[in-house]
Design a protein around this ligand. Structure first.
Ligand SMILES: [Zn+2]
Length: 182
């Protein structure tokens, strides 16, 4: 894995020249702020829903779900897996900010399908330290959605676990397919 922050040479965006990716983002933000009007919103999501999804760059949650600014909480990580930290965010989302529904979204062609827990061992060999976290790699996306739903439903910290639904987003068609929790 490489994590170079520089814009690759020949990336085709001549507007910025030699700036880094972050420089581009800061410039875009200046344009955004110039046209921005304070919407006067409360921090509590209008639709009382929290969406937990993979961080995949092909998944535009707001467009894919017809969401607008202020509608929902979005909690994203590699895989859209329900980890302890996702439970932390959901707990705050429900108890402090009034959400009641949870939507879980995994997707086709996820990077976690090509990893195994061996990744932790490889890291340990390379850096001399085994990470405390699980990779949460999976083979069967439906089964992983079910496991994530189960982790939400059985969390003792959450106030609302009656409306928890899980889906697989198809990166080729843009369609969501619901996963049967059974
Ligand atoms: Zn993914």
């Amino acid at each position: 894995m490489t994590t170079s922050a520089s814009v690759p040479a020949g990336s085709g965006n001549a507007a910025v020249g030699s700036g880094t990716v972050t420089d581009r983002l800061i410039e875009a933000n200046a344009r955004y702020a110039a046209a921005f009007a304070d919407p006067g919103m409360d921090a509590r999501p209008v639709l009382h829903v929290a969406v937990v999804a993979c961080m995949d760059a092909r998944l535009d949650l707001h467009d894919a779900l017809g969401l607008s600014l202020g509608d929902c909480h979005t909690i994203r990580n590699a895989g859209g897996v329900v980890t302890d930290d996702v439970i932390r965010s959901l707990t705050i989302s429900q108890r402090a900010l009034g959400t009641r529904s949870v939507v879980l979204i995994h997707h086709t062609n996820c990077g976690l399908e090509s990893l195994t827990e061996e990744f932790r061992h490889e890291l340990e060999m390379e850096v001399g330290q085994r990470p405390a976290w699980a990779v949460e790699a999976f083979r069967d996306v439906d089964q992983d959605v079910r496991q994530s739903m189960q982790r939400v439903r059985t969390s003792p910290f959450l106030l609302h676990t009656d409306d928890v639904r899980g889906f697989v987003f198809d990166v080729k068609t843009g369609l969501l397919r619901e996963v049967d929790p059974a």
